[in-house]
Design a protein around this ligand. Sequence first.
Ligand code: ADP
Ligand code: MG
Length: 338
Amino acid sequence: MAEIRELPTVLANQIAAGEVIERPASVVKELVENAIDAHSRRIDILIQEAGLAEIRVIDDGDGIEKSQVPIAFKRHATSKINSKLQLFKVTTMGFRGEALPSIASVADLKLITTVAGADGYLYHVKGGKVVEEGPAASRPGTDVTVSQLFYNTPARLKYLKSPKTELGHIVDIVYRLALGNPTIAISLSNNGKELFRSAGNGNLHQVIAAIYGVQVARKMVAIAGADDDFKVSGYVSLPELTRSSGKYQTLLINHRYIRNFTLNKAIIAGYGSKLMVGRYPFAVLEIELDPALVDVNVHPAKREVRLSKEEQLSALIAKAIYERLAKENLIPDVGKTA
Ligand code: ADP
Ligand code: MG
């Protein structure tokens, strides 16, 4: 049998990247989440060729202190948690300390970061190797440019879809991040053309209008509900406004976009008999809860989470929607014709 040895760092990071970084949209998600965790007020996402050529995320957040920059690129290195207790009460988007080393191991990553009042610092890594490092002039915040994604992992590179498909994934994740963070001004442009911009004034209804259009936003009503464990708020569409796909529903748990089939069913249940079969409403639901009630550490990309008291939350969501729609008695009840 061959000798058992530890994997070289770059290889270990590439393996981690296999889980966290699936496509350009994953890079966008990880970089924007880092910007959110750094208390940014404004985040600009500039991509070229649907992110296949370049992804740049500029934030005005805390920045990283010069001496800490190389540590940020080590695997499992994070400023966000440092105890098991904190792991079970995560309040930040990140905590696994995997994104930067993962991306830097499968791409060219150039980071310029500045803490207010200090000099800026540049750190440039390609395929896990530092190629450039030193002082750099910039405004407070962090500016990350990722290019040549998967240049050294051909299987991953081949798996990428057309620019149109990859752009679709990026736009989708940027929408969800903007819906989860209405107090942050987020913009997205591709090849210099602006595709999306949120004002960052905290108005969720305006973010919905920026994404789905004013006509859709006008037909969405505010809902709210709370019990001892959960607080639910957001907007759902009137029963007359539906689509044939369920993808216009966004579930946010403490500002984090997640997917949860049970909660999607609860939204539908809230419509009672008001929806036609095969039709789905628009919904954006922000769920606030004690972080101890949710385990985010189930999925490397954190798309799925484990929720305590899921049934209780489902009932609360369905009730909040049902009661709000009951007030709209001018809307015909399509399901009740039989
Ligand atoms: P995680 O987000 O799980 O902590 P990352 O690899 O994404 O791990 O980032 C490592 C560390 O680098 C973070 O914990 C944070 O301290 C720092 N960092 C990364 N991006 C930014 C940013 N845009 N602004 C400020 N600090 C950042
Ligand atoms: Mg992160």
